[in-house]
Design a protein around this ligand. Sequence first.
Ligand SMILES: [Zn+2]
Length: 159
Amino acid sequence: MMIEQNPEFFMRKAIALSRENVKQGGGPFAAIIVKDGKVIAEASNSVTRDNDPTAHAEINAIRQACRELNTYDLSGCSIFTTCEPCPMCLGAIYWARLDRIYYGNNKTDAAEIGFDDAFIYQELNIPLNERIISMVNLLPEEAGEAFRDWELKEDKVTY
Ligand SMILES: [Zn+2]
């Protein structure tokens, strides 16, 4: 696992990007993905610009890095994010298998300026039927057909 020689350099770059994004009317978040000391992707939050609630800086950067490297696996990469990732981005970072997360602000800092994701973390500990957004289990037998298809498929690309 490679450790960046000068992590402050990349974090400062991400911070500059986040400040620029505020000037442009976006949220105060940016993220940079680095591999072998090289910037692979850099992105800021574009939720309001793109009308996309999933367009957090980390998600945008992961999509860009995967396109750039033509892979769904970002092993060997680090992400520099100006704020501790929310549950969605943290999940995406794990799915993308990044090696390391550098973060600037923490989630308490974010909550203090109105970006509170603590309720999502809390939801994870609550039974499905007691959550804010109701979850209804429907047609599990029929849905399971695709799982059985997958299990039987011999030439599948596992990930
Ligand atoms: Zn996020």
